[in-house]
Design a protein around this ligand. Structure first.
Ligand SMILES: Cc1cc2nc3c(=O)[nH]c(=O)nc-3n(C[C@H](O)[C@H](O)[C@H](O)COP(=O)(O)O)c2cc1C
Length: 502
């Protein structure tokens, strides 16, 4: 509260100190940067999401944009917002307006999906109530109407030079890019959503990802998840508490909804106030609302575009799209990460993480190039010092090559397994045409524990991803995060010479 008041005072002070001429000049500087942005240059239809309380800056923004683009403004109609073309450019060319511009009645109306770019003025002010229409839910409702790809969103902040960091409310966190007085930044929505430094998530993994691994990844700037799929509720509680002791950074819990304890595990998550939950193997509708009510951010793991759309409809904050290279349970469609990510990207507009076959910075760069905004990594973190998997399992994994894992148990829940005696039994039963019940019995309870935790490499169920063929060491999880970022940065820079001069 005190912070808010200090901030309010600082901004009021900074505003007061600017003469109208200075305000105009500062706006022009910011708008020049907006217009230099490639996304702005490529856009035809630009929505200026509502007005700034300051009419000089707002009129300047409308004027600057409408010289190059078709400008749209939102208009309140009853409880709804409609987007209508602004046609009053001629009036504006005389100079800054003395009142906030409005589209004339009856001008062209478009949907959010028809707009190429949204400029959201007032980023930074919003937190103290400066942006008009705030608190009425218009923003959320408008953006909920975009079923497909949402337009690129640029936040513009004025007079924010008084604060060290741009203050961001939840709307501001959804920006793709923010320009303010003293800087600008391309926002990574996965980092903003989870409050992390690097968009690398260590996926929840039965028998591998306890608090040690989760804490090590979060400590290194990624997001560590405790894999609750192999835990009973009390054990999960212990892991959450240990993790909290070990790191001050955000971490999360993965709850596979097919766990017989899913409901009780969620209860623990709620009681322990875990800030982030990744759900998988079930419907995103089941828990999202309840978790949101408790202020928890929710991501859900899918293996197809169809389910990614369902996630968006269920209101999850982010989707993890996992290709069939991945370790663990897989989709029936057997879609590879390379085929899956661009497809999912074209169907949803909420933050997207790619999973499956990503174990280094090159894989991460490829995933980001396809439209992912972060990665979920399993196999690479299963094979680290902090992973709780049995050492014999880890050693076996280091010796594996191409073709040593296969998608198996297809009639039950497709799972990528290492070829061993247990796998051979499954494969033989599959070729005999056995039904799901047979496999359920063969699997029994405790096969995965027997293999990955107790280290029975023949009779146990051993899960790992295809990318295991590229892994031949057991580093610390923190080293994995750092190395991945280093390599990612090198990779994206090394791509620059090859733009083929279109
Ligand atoms: C040993 C192992 C266990 C896994 N267990 C789970 C799990 O309990 N819940 C889940 O959502 N995903 C699970 N996964 C999938 C991972 O969270 C992650 O999405 C996947 O491993 C990414 O692909 P990659 O293995 O190619 O990195 C598991 C993966 C492995 C390798």
């Amino acid at each position: 509260m005190e912070n808010k008041q200090t901030l309010r005072k600082q901004i009021a002070l900074s505003k007061k100190q600017l003469t109208p001429q200075q305000k105009l000049e500062s706006s022009r500087r910011i708008h020049e940067r907006l217009m230099a942005l490639p996304e702005f240059q490529a856009a035809q239809k630009v929505l200026l999401y509502w007005s700034l309380p300051d009419e000089v800056q707002m009129a300047e923004l409308v004027l600057a944009c409408s010289q190059q683009k078709t400008v749209y403004l939102p208009v309140v109609q009853g409880d709804d917002l409609v987007i209508r073309a602004f046609q009053g450019v001629d009036e504006l060319t005389a100079g800054p307006l003395s009142s906030i511009p409005e589209p004339v009645a009856g001008s062209e109306e478009v949907t959010l999906e028809q707009v190429d770019l949204v400029v959201v003025p007032g980023v930074g002010f919003d937190r103290i109530g400066g942006r008009l229409g705030r608190g009425k839910g218009f923003y959320d409702r408008l953006f909920a109407t975009a079923k497909g790809k949402s337009p690129f969103k640029v936040g513009v902040g004025y007079d924010c030079q008084m604060v060290d960091e741009i203050p961001r409310d939840t709307h501001d966190q959804t920006m793709d890019y923010v320009i303010w007085e003293s800087g600008e930044v391309r926002v990574n929505r996965v980092c903003a959503l989870f409050g992390i430094r690097y968009p690398i998530v260590a996926g929840g993994m039965v028998w591998c990802s306890g608090w040690r691994l989760a804490a090590a990844v979060s400590q290194a700037g990624g997001l560590g998840l405790i894999g609750a799929g192999s835990m009973k509720p009390d054990l999960l509680r212990e892991h959450i508490r240990q993790c909290r002791q070990a790191t001050q950074y955000p971490f999360g819990v993965n709850v596979p909804l097919m766990s017989p304890y899913a409901g009780d595990l969620m209860q623990v998550v709620l009681e322990e106030r875990v800030p982030i939950v990744f759900t998988s193997a079930g419907s995103p509708k089941l828990w999202t609302t309840r978790l949101h009510e408790a202020g928890i951010k929710v991501a859900h793991v899918v293996s197809s575009a169809k389910f990614a759309i369902k996630c968006q409809e269920a209101g999850v904050d982010a989707v993890v799209a996992e290709g069939f290279e991945a370790g663990g349970h897989n989709g029936k469609e057997e879609t590879t990460t390379l085929a899956l990510i661009p497809h999912v990207r074209s169907c949803i507009h909420i933050p997207l993480l790619a999973a499956g076959g990503i174990a280094n910075g090159a894989g991460m760069a490829a995933a980001m190039a396809m439209g992912a905004e972060g990665v979920q990594v399993g196999t690479r973190f299963a094979l680290t010092q902090e992973s709780s998997a049995n050492e014999a399992f880890k050693e076996l994994c280091l010796s594996l090559g191409e073709g040593d894992t296969m998608l198996s148990l297809k009639k039950l829940s497709p799972t990528r397994l290492i070829r061993n005696a247990f796998y051979d039994q499954v494969a033989a039963a599959e070729s005999r045409g056995e039904e799901a019940e047979f496999f359920r019995e063969l699997l029994g309870r405790g096969r995965a524990k027997l293999g990955m935790f107790d280290g029975d490499l023949q009779e146990g169920e051993l899960e790992i991803g295809q990318v295991v063929a590229q892994i031949n060491d057991l580093p610390n999880a923190g080293q994995v995060v750092r190395q991945m970022i280093l390599e990612y940065n090198q990779r994206i820079r090394s791509l620059f010479p090859f733009d083929f001069n279109d």
